[in-house]
Ligand binder design. Structure first.
Ligand code: GRF
Length: 208
């Protein structure tokens, strides 16, 4: 008796800018048999790329890869973060996604959105959390004299960059590194880490 493979989990990726992590997530999902364990099928598909910024470079990249895109600008909502999130949430529900991956989404989330997607929302952060939550992570790692830097994929909770860690990748900090040179090395590591962790995460989800 042959058992049908489980259909891929529908994932939305939220971006505000260049979207290089988003592109890596799509590429991994669209490569036949190119799941992180070579030869395995990917457990997720990117069903929607959503941005709060109309001019996010990643939108055109996603569209070129054949992925549906949406823009929900935050500016019309002024200081009402929750009202903006309700519009975002409505777009996510319309697209029928089960998991949300933040990838350079430059909005601090309220407990309302975090609570609605608890244990189904991931983020990537360019440091070895719990070191250096927040901004300017590479400059801070260099200034501290660290030998290594890296990136972390974690579940999103109410505290910024605080949720349970799902995976990390490390890179060396080398003499002469600048925040820009280190950011480039970490970015390359991010592009390997995020698809792998998201794939593992979706494989571990209970059947829906
Ligand atoms: C990445 O460094 C990610 O870790 C951070 O924002 C950056 C987004 O870059 N959260 P990109 O848009 O994926 O190129």
């Amino acid at each position: 008796m042959s058992s049908e493979p489980a259909p891929p989990i529908r994932v939305a990726v939220l971006i505000s800018g260049a979207g290089s992590n988003m592109a890596a997530l799509i590429d991994a999902a669209q490569t036949p048999g190119g799941g992180p364990e070579s030869g395995s099928e990917n457990s997720y598909e990117v069903a929607l790329v959503l941005s709060n910024m109309e001019d996010a470079g990643g939108l055109a990249i996603a569209a070129a890869k054949g992925v549906e895109t949406a823009v929900v600008p935050h500016r019309p909502f002024g200081n009402d973060r929750e009202a903006h999130e309700k519009a975002v949430d409505a777009a996510l529900r319309r697209a029928g996604v089960h998991v949300v991956a933040l990838a350079g989404y430059m909005r601090v989330l309220t407990p309302w959105l975090v609570g609605g997607w608890r244990d189904r929302m991931l983020n990537i952060h360019p440091s070895l959390l719990p070191l250096y939550p927040g901004l300017h992570t590479h400059a801070r790692a260099i200034a501290a004299g660290d030998a290594q830097a890296g990136c972390t994929v974690h579940l999103v909770t109410e505290g910024v960059d605080e949720g349970p860690i799902l995976g990390q990748a490390r890179v060396p900090i080398v003499p002469g590194d600048t925040p820009a040179s280190l950011a480039e090395r970490v970015k390359t590591a991010e592009h390997g880490l995020y698809p792998r962790v998201l794939d593992d995460f979706c494989k571990g989800l209970a059947p829906r």
